[in-house]
Design a protein around this ligand. Structure first.
Ligand code: SPD
Length: 383
């Protein structure tokens, strides 16, 4: 009889014990979570009993310093697994399908608008993100997420032209170097354009003196013709390893992001060495400014851990170590004095905007008409 009672209790209690223990690496399970009352938070405010063992981060390539992932694992016991994408459209397609397995993603500005409309993001609990205080207020509350309800700035940057000064000793001042049919034969097979349905038509729009967001059919017809005429001279559409190809001088010219150009110039950790001849310019006709943001997916079972990771990334020392490595611009004001002198000197040499450059930059936006860029890009790529 006593034995039967023991087995009955085991059958009833075991599933409950297993459920309580799931996803907690060690220690006791809190009776309530941070939105409730009692918690097991330590001095840093983090309740380690609520952390998952792993966090899945879907990020752009070459966009996080591996050392800070090691540091996060050492401090919190959470392993961050990073997978990569190279365009907002690939990211959106993946998460729209559902069950992506990712907790955290890094969409750009206009992609945050799309993700919000599709209701794919979890609302942020800003009480878990006290380090947001270090962010530049001018980069918060932007048009794509008023109030930062679902997104936190990660890095921002510019889109322009990277080039090798050995081959362009006079420098470059115009997008015509990439789009004027008379100039292209000299660089046949030695240059790339971003593989990006908004950025690449956007560069042509700037060349034509139009807004990067225009959907005027007559102007977009010109854009399409220019891109199709450029294709025979192009090495590739490349958003993934243009940094390496510029550094090795396989490419001498590229439509690319400021941080990719910076990586080509300085090298990237143990990945590859830099090339001191690489420069970056926003042409006189203008270019793009953008910001990538941290967003927790609504489907994430590890939202608490994702908040802890975001707050860690916002620590000024961590943000500086990260920005020094990736070469993009940190929105973390308190991190800027902690950046290396080399990076700050390159910012001053055109890899970051000054007042005059800012006036030539435009943000990419989404509205109900911008689907025409998907159609244009499909036609260009299909040619
Ligand atoms: N290699 C990291 C690249 C990050 C670029 N994100 C910017 C997208 C702008 N549309």
């Amino acid at each position: 009889m006593r034995q039967r009672f023991f087995w009955l209790m085991l059958v009833l209690v075991l599933p409950w014990l297993v459920a309580c223990g799931a996803g907690t690496p060690t220690g006791s399970v809190p009776t309530t979570d941070a939105s409730g009352g009692e918690s097991a938070a330590t001095d840093d405010g983090v309740d380690r009993t609520r952390l998952s063992r792993e966090l899945y981060f879907y990020n752009w390539s070459d966009y996080i310093n591996p050392e800070i992932l090691t540091q996060f694992e050492e401090e919190y016991g959470v392993r961050v697994i990073v997978d990569i994408f190279d365009s907002n459209e690939d990211l959106i397609a993946k998460i729209r399908a559902g069950n992506s397995g990712y907790d955290l993603i890094a969409p750009s500005d206009y992609a945050v608008q799309i993700i919000a409309l599709d209701d794919l993001a979890a609302p942020l609990d800003q009480t878990l993100l006290p380090n947001m205080q270090y962010l530049d207020p001018g980069l918060l509350n932007k048009y794509f997420d008023p109030g930062n309800v679902i997104s936190v700035p990660y890095m921002y940057g510019l889109t322009g032209i990277a080039y090798n000064r050995t081959f362009f000793p006079e420098g470059i001042t115009s997008w015509s170097v990439l789009f004027d049919p008379a100039q292209l034969p000299a660089f046949r097979g030695r240059f790339s354009m971003l593989d990006d349905e908004r950025e690449t038509p956007g560069a042509v729009l700037k060349y034509l003196g139009a807004s990067i967001n225009t959907t005027d059919p007559a102007i977009l017809q010109q854009v399409e013709t220019i891109l199709i005429d450029q294709k025979p001279f192009l090495a590739s559409y490349n958003s993934s390893d243009v940094n390496r190809r510029l550094a090795s001088e396989e490419f001498i010219l590229a439509h690319t992001w400021s941080g990719a150009a910076m990586q080509a110039r300085t090298g990237l950790g143990d990945e590859f060495s830099g090339n001191a001849n690489i420069a970056f310019v926003i042409p006189d006709e203008g270019g793009a400014i953008w910001m990538d943001n941290l967003v927790i997916l609504r489907e994430s079972p590890n939202a608490y851990t994702a908040h802890v990771f975001i707050n860690f990334l916002l620590r000024p020392d961590v943000a500086a170590t990260n920005a020094d490595y990736v070469g993009y611009l940190t929105p973390n004001e308190a991190a800027i004095p902690l950046l290396s002198q080399e990076v700050r000197d390159l910012y001053a040499a055109g890899f970051a905007p000054d007042e005059a450059m800012l006036e030539r930059l435009e943000w990419i936006e989404r509205d109900e008409d911008t689907v025409v860029f998907t159609e244009l890009w499909t036609r260009v790529k299909g040619q």
